[in-house]
Write a protein that binds this ligand. Structure first.
Ligand code: AHR
Length: 522
């Protein structure tokens, strides 16, 4: 019995070692086919699908964005220049702030006026850390303007009242001579701020007030009455949406709020284990962990289908948008960091996973018109990690960069037959993909090869599309958990793609294992 147990343990260790360090010797080349229907244009892929979320959480705002005017780190009016330059490069279209859970405890008056007079608060949701309020409305708007993004402001519903919301909106948007507009001018901003998107509460089923959908619907209606959607404030009104698969929440809001909202949000995080107590590591993971993570993230497709079905029943004309305004990977925090600061590293897995989600969002572009990854800097699935004056642009950042041509492009039907791969108890599609006609007139195809071992030859029937050349970019690495060092040279970044050929109406693409490929056909 003892001998049997020992040999079983050895077998498990051997299997685990194989999964963790499996060399490419077992690698195969899978084949797949696809059909591109360039003559059947679909909906526009809103650029807002490439949105960001930045909360007062950990080092997301302080260190990540705000270093203060007196910092030795190069900055413009306190906002770090390296971060602004990097974010401008990925054309961030919209940025959500100040939370998250933080939003429902935030009082906007704490963050205006001379910084020396602003109160210090306790950030109760995120480690009880001190909140200096140095970064408030004007600093956020300055940041959004510096990176060229539209602001998406989330207002406090859970611990506030409609008056506070109305006054904040008037402060930001009134062009008149009223006292709130005058106060904004006194604080340095003459013209109204542009505020095209406003969220009315966040996770109102949880940290935003632990409400039932019926109770929240009533609260929303009350706040909405004082929102005054008019020529000064013409913002898209976003209702606080469901937690993952809670379609009842969506159903009740569609019925009880209906056209008083312009969009409803949805939050879904990818945890490798699906277990909040032990989510899984950001680095040093096995192939089984890789497969589990993709299994979890691909649930986004089913999730969207379910919520969209509920919305379609109540709103067949698709007037109300579905905004996935929090999504991304959520791992166990890095050892030695504050558990309340949600700091995690970011690897090739995150980049491939981001692209897989983009492809899913593109397929639902007629309803999904905004998403915001959590979160921009130093928190969860970040674009940028900082350490003092040094930064790393993560594989997720580069996935966003590769997909820029999809912003405001026209979706094209792209039907694929994907082979599968199996690791342990998980069998998953080897890749997903999407296509669009870009604003520059070129046709783009984005591919996420989620198979950690096998490359792919994808043969695409491009129909009547008259294209002669295929160029593009590819991002991959030797290791599944390859990451870019902070302050060092990026090892996971896109390089020129040379694996495509067009002959007549047939396009052939060689796609490496665990990679992101974006090609343009011209
Ligand atoms: O992104 C971190 C947190 O996740 C947000 O504050 C909250 O909305 C969600 O639960």
């Amino acid at each position: 019995m003892l001998k049997h147990t020992a040999s079983s343990i050895l077998a498990v260790i051997a299997a685990a070692t194989t999964l963790l360090f499996a060399p490419a010797i077992d690698a195969k080349t899978l084949t797949a086919t696809a059909t591109l229907k360039a003559d059947q244009p679909g909906p526009q892929i809103s650029r807002y699908i490439y949105g960001q979320f930045s909360e007062h959480l950990g080092r997301g705002i302080y260190d990540g964005i705000w270093v203060g005017e007196d910092s030795a780190i190069p900055n413009v009016r306190g906002i770090r220049t390296d971060v602004v330059t990097a974010l401008k490069d990925i054309h961030v279209p919209v940025i959500r702030w100040p939370g998250g859970c933080f939003a429902d405890e935030y009082h906007w008056r704490d963050g205006i006026g001379p910084r020396k007079d602003r109160p210090s608060r306790k950030n109760n949701w995120w480690g009880g850390s001190p909140e200096s309020n140095a970064f408030g409305t004007h600093e956020f708007m300055d940041f959004a303007e510096q990176i060229g993004a539209d602001p998406y402001v989330s207002v406090n519903v859970g611990s506030s009242n409609p008056t506070e919301m109305r006054e904040w909106i008037e402060y930001m948007t009134s062009p008149g001579d009223d006292t709130l507009a005058q106060e904004r001018r006194k604080n340095g901003r003459d013209k109204p701020f542009k505020v095209p998107v406003i969220g009315i509460g966040n996770e109102s089923w949880g940290c935003g007030g632990a409400m039932t959908p019926e109770y929240y619907s009533n609260e929303y209606r009350r706040f909405q009455e004082f929102f005054h959607k008019n020529s000064d404030n013409n913002a898209i009104r976003v209702a606080s949406g469901a937690n993952a698969f809670d379609t009842k929440w969506t159903e009740v809001l569609m019925k009880n709020i209906g056209n008083r909202m312009d969009a409803i949000s949805l939050h879904y995080y990818t945890l490798p284990t699906g277990n909040w107590d032990k989510k899984g590591a950001a680095t040093g993971f096995s192939q089984q962990d890789w497969a589990n993570t993709f299994d979890q993230t691909l649930r986004m497709e089913d999730l969207l289908q379910k919520h969209i079905a509920v919305m379609d029943a109540a709103d067949p004309q698709k007037k109300i948008g579905l905004y996935v305004d929090e999504w991304g990977t959520w791992y166990d925090v890095e050892a030695g960091t504050n558990p309340g600061h949600l700091y995690q590293l970011n690897t090739l897995r995150d980049g491939v996973l981001a692209a897989a989600n983009f492809n899913i969002f593109h397929h639902h572009a007629d309803r999904v018109r905004l998403t915001a990854i959590a979160q921009t800097i130093n928190v969860l699935q970040a674009m940028i990690l900082t350490q003092g004056d040094k930064i790393a642009l993560t594989p997720t950042y580069y996935a966003y960069k590769m997909y820029v041509p999809f912003q405001d492009a026209t979706a094209l039907p792209f039907d694929v037959t994907a082979p599968t791969y199996t690791i342990g108890d998980k069998t998953l599609p080897a890749f997903n993909a999407s296509a669009a006609k870009g604003k520059d007139g070129k046709t783009y195809i984005g591919i996420s090869n989620m198979d950690p071992n096998d490359s792919l030859v994808l043969t695409v029937d491009i129909g009547d599309l008259k294209a002669k050349t295929v160029t593009g970019q590819v991002m991959t690495a030797d290791k599944m958990d390859a990451a870019n060092p902070i302050g060092g040279k990026a090892v996971v970044a896109p390089v020129a793609y040379k694996g495509g050929k067009i002959k007549g109406n047939q396009l052939t693409l060689d796609v490496p294992a665990k990679s992101v490929v974006v090609v343009s056909l011209d």
